[in-house]
Design a protein around this ligand. Structure first.
Ligand code: MD3
Ligand code: FE
Length: 209
């Protein structure tokens, strides 16, 4: 375990090869129900280079109208599949947060995909950390501070690595510069999968407010 900066904890290779393979197999089954699709940017409608889907009661979506969490898949109209138990257990073990994740966002990077520097601020609860699992090809991850334009650090993420962002890092700018194609054979068809487990609503929120 390594603390990369305040609030950023990395567990390199926390998932062994067998756990990675079991997780990827389970994800591909769930993606038959909630297929990867290419979101578009708010306003411009420019397509993402990353393909996405979600698991759990709320999925993160982006389209010309904006970013938001939604209870159904934007193309199938069906509820998202449940988050795999293995990820629910990983959340408990690593975060010890007293409420379960509500969204597992699935990002798929093929060789030319990247994700620009951004903050994750569509959630109502910034007390909860975000837990990220990397699978497949290596990627160069970039993280800065809470202000755009500050110094950033680059970290190479490999398959099986687990990262937690909480406290002072919860609103840090971050992104993926690029993946390193062909560095793993884990993901069918190649590329990288990233899973981010998130709380979306406040822990003590009640329906209706
Ligand atoms: C730091 N995903 O889905 S995971 C995202 O590898 C996202 O697909 C990247 O950024 C990926 O929003 C990076 C690491 C990550 C995720 C959430 C964070 C870092 C974070 C939230 C706050 C601070
Ligand atoms: Fe993010």
């Amino acid at each position: 375990m390594a603390t990369l900066q305040p609030g950023v904890v990395l567990w390199p290779g926390l998932l062994d090869a067998a756990a990675q393979a079991a997780l990827v197999a389970e994800i591909f089954v769930l993606l038959k129900d909630a297929p990867l699709y290419r979101p578009t940017m708010p306003r411009s409608g420019k397509p993402f280079s990353v393909e996405e889907s979600s698991f759990g009661p709320l999925g993160w979506v982006s389209d010309v109208k904006g970013y938001r969490y939604a209870p159904v898949h934007p193309f199938t109209g069906k509820p998202w599949p449940a988050i795999p138990q293995m990820l629910m257990d990983l959340w408990d073990a690593q975060t010890r947060y007293p409420a379960p994740p509500e969204c597992c966002l699935v990002n798929h990077y093929s060789e030319d995909a990247k994700m620009g520097l951004h903050q994750d601020r569509d959630e109502a609860d910034f007390d909860a950390p975000v837990l990220s699992v990397s699978l497949g090809d290596d990627a160069f991850f970039r993280i800065g501070g809470e202000a755009r334009g500050g110094n950033t650090a680059r970290v190479k993420l490999a398959s099986g690595d687990v990262l937690m962002f909480g406290g002072p890092a919860r609103l840090a700018f971050h992104g993926i510069d690029r993946i390193v194609p062909g560095t793993s054979r884990l993901v069918p068809g190649g590329g990288r999968l990233n899973l981010t487990l998130r709380r979306v609503t406040k822990k003590d929120a009640r329906p209706g407010g």
